[in-house]
Write a protein that binds this ligand. Sequence first.
Ligand code: SF4
Ligand code: SF4
Ligand code: SF4
Length: 502
Amino acid sequence: MAQAKERSSIGPRKAPKRKTSDSIFYELTRSMCPVCKVIIDAEIHLKDGQVIMRKRCSEHGRFEVLISPDADGYLDQLRYNKPGDIPLEFSTEVKDGCPYDCGLCPEHKQHACLVIIEVNTGCNMACPTCFMDAGTGYNLRPDEVETMLDTFVRTEGDPEVVQFSGGEPTIHPQLLDFIKMAQEKGIRHVMVNTNGRRLVEDPEWAAEFCALNPMVYLQFDGFEEETYLKLRGESLLDEKMAALEVLQKHNINTILTATVERDVNEHEIPAIIKFGFKHPAVRGIMLQPVFHTGRHLEYLDPMNRVTIPELVQRIDDGMDGQIVKSDFVPVPCCHPSCQSIAYAYIEGEEVTPLARIIDVDEYLDYITNRVWPDAEGEIRDALAGMWSSSAAPGSDTMADDFVCATCNVDFRIPDNVAKHIFAITIKDFQDPYTFDIKKLMKCCVEIATPDGRLIPFCAYNTVGYREDVKKEIMMSRARERLERRANGSSAKEAAASSGDAD
Ligand code: SF4
Ligand code: SF4
Ligand code: SF4
């Protein structure tokens, strides 16, 4: 009785109120600590219409990074997740687990659509944003490049695209031999990434280079002096225009590649695309939000980084309806959040996005549309060829795919269709902040190494492979130099024959 009396004098108990979480926990993945690079769990959350990654390193604390400003689009893009094609051969075994067994190891979920060969570490520029920290190091030798090409041919059977990169590949003394070698090995498309400086400074070499007809990815970040000063450390617009003149003179299919940095050149994107539409050499634009590796490690604010949906929106806002949001479709061969492409057919002033001629979105929806009658299966294959990392705007392959894709619609196709197709590609490369193992395991863009590995690009630049490969090459060069010296060569001869960079 006494107890009951006591309770009633206190009154009903006030239960503490539970707080609702500020986000929806969507999925668990693996990422890395941006400080020590240790692989750690990461949670993907949906919050206020955005997608964010949250992770915690036991040493360095908690990190949060913006994955996408568009949660609906992020969830919807999974429809484009195509089943991977398995390579004919793997180069490594499963031993320590992803991402330490690259590669490709038997756990990898996709073949290599595109292989990059970095022929040197040196460059004739010194950009503060350089993701590979170009500088002194090595030039690859022909035997090493041949091993890389042979690995690509062996693992793919019918390899599609090799891209020579660097450093700055055009200053490698044997780049032209490497291009010929790739072509002789039957690789369908040979591309070269360049800042364009040698094309302008060395016309004789430029003519020889262009005679081999590679596709050129020309660094081109905008039209404002401030943009080049901030991204490249020097004023460059005149040089870029001169490089484009050279490429136009030699009829070289060119893609303008812009690095996009917050508060530097996001606003220039529509102008770059409009310029590309009109320039006779330009077959496409590649937009790459800046990623933080190499010498550009510092993030001002990981929650305010440039993303694919933001760039798509900027294009939609700034292109007067020529290209809109719905013209972009995620690329199904890699993880669909890695890149998006819009194609347009250009005829004079008229721009016709492909997604408004046929329902690309429906054809490339792999989750809901499983069974296709034969004719439509062909159309789907043609579109999959265009929405792929191996797509080569301006090539006959692309023209064939375009003709096939539009065969059932009323659309006039001229003979030289390849020159009329324009691609706008946006790639969101990963850095230690945004690193997500589920994307990496389906990567279709690999960097070849002299020891016969093909390492996914985003693993190469974040996990430590770049540093390890450089160290291995430098050590083997040093050993070779010592052996040659021991056999009586002069220091200069020994350095030259071991392929050291200038
Ligand atoms: S990224 Fe691919 S190749 Fe590398 S370890 Fe993971 S599964 Fe293997
Ligand atoms: S970003 Fe390209 S051009 Fe600039 S320093 Fe690096 S390799 Fe050279
Ligand atoms: S390189 Fe990076 S962004 Fe591109 S497909 Fe591979 S994982 Fe995705």
